[in-house]
Design a protein around this ligand. Structure first.
Ligand SMILES: C[S@@+](CC[C@H](N)C(=O)[O-])C[C@H]1O[C@@H](n2cnc3c(N)ncnc32)[C@H](O)[C@@H]1O
Length: 306
């Protein structure tokens, strides 16, 4: 089965795409959200859909070509959404959507190396043109660097031991090798009950390989710069690091002053450019989680350009 879009009703409700609107889907993936956006902005609307992954871009071009006008589908990093948008004639837009992380199509393809469930090469690049693979990271970083990545990006309390086991078992070349090192490192009694013990480590290595948090920070800023007044942006996160990045960005951009609280006089000259539409992150309904268990950790935040 292909990727099932998450929180799609909620995302569309916050973005309020109207006929004639100009929208950007920064994470095309399997094209589910893009299709809903295209439906909502016709007649007269235009959609730019971006993905780093050439397979998603090829699939999206085929899928979205039937619409009139068809979506403009571009391969690129959403960190550059402002440049990509201008290059394709999308100077000011009414709606921007981010749906972070990887798609089921990527996760379920063992050759991409994202999954600990299937044996595959340790790759994990969303864009196979990127220089660094997971194999290079796990085999070349120092034990200390690996522990730092697994702790920071995986929020894994066994990070130090996992790094020690990885280094001891090098060279690792498959997803099974990495999963087995993690399984051996975490004492059986401490294995998490609801997720596979290697989940957090795989998440951490994937985030590092793709510099995911760096792209999110740049992408949010870039998206804000092309949003017209009254335009809306929405972001769907899958773990707390992504959600925290979105939350801090939205809060900072909704304030007139971002000086440190201990500073008596404002010197930042910052002016609010966003109005928060979600004080708390929106979570999927029980019904959605039942139908699509992969949606369970999704969180949606949205804001409007002032
Ligand atoms: C969760 S999926 C999106 C699913 C999509 N919304 C749908 O309805 O099918 C995330 C997609 O974003 C892409 N992606 C992740 N980070 C990216 C980035 N920095 N720039 C562009 N695409 C990115 C991934 O390659 C993946 O295809």
């Amino acid at each position: 089965m292909g990727h099932v879009p998450v929180l799609s009703k909620e995302a569309i409700a916050f973005l309020q795409p109207r006929p004639g609107a100009v929208a950007v889907d920064c994470t095309l993936g399997g094209g589910g959200h893009s299709r809903l956006l295209l439906d909502a902005i016709q007649p007269g609307g235009r959609l730019l859909a971006i993905d780093r992954d050439p397979a998603a871009v090829a699939g999206g071009r085929a899928q979205l070509s039937g619409f009139e006008p068809p979506a403009t589908v571009v391969r690129g990093d959403f960190a550059d959404v402002d440049r990509i948008a201008r290059e394709h004639g999308f100077d000011q837009v009414d709606a921007v959507l981010f749906d972070f992380g990887i798609s089921s199509d990527q996760l379920d393809d063992p050759d991409r190396g994202f999954s600990f469930r299937e044996p595959g090469p340790l790759d994990m690049r969303m864009d196979p043109g990127q220089p660094t693979t997971a194999e290079e990271l796990v085999n070349q970083l120092s034990e200390r660097e690996l522990a730092g990545i697994i702790r920071r990006y995986g929020e894994e309390r066994w990070a130090a031991r996992i790094a020690q086991f990885i280094v001891r078992r090098r060279p690792l070349s498959t997803t099974r090798d990495l999963a087995a090192a993690v399984e051996a490192a975490i004492p059986r009694g401490a294995w998490p009950r609801d997720i596979h013990p290697a989940t957090r480590t795989f998440q951490a290595i994937r985030i590092a390989v793709n510099d995911e948090l760096g792209s999110i920070e740049l992408g949010l800023k870039a998206a804000l710069s092309i949003l017209s007044p009254g335009g809306r942006m929405a972001a769907i996160s899958f773990h707390s690091l992504e959600d925290r990045t979105v939350k801090s960005f939205f809060i900072a951009e909704s304030k007139d002053c971002i000086c440190p609280p201990q500073q008596p006089v404002c010197t930042c000259a910052h002016r609010a450019s966003l109005r928060l539409l979600t004080r708390r992150a929106i979570q999927p309904s029980e019904e959605e989680v039942r139908a699509n268990p992969r949606s369970r950790s999704a969180r949606l935040r949205a804001a409007e350009r002032i």
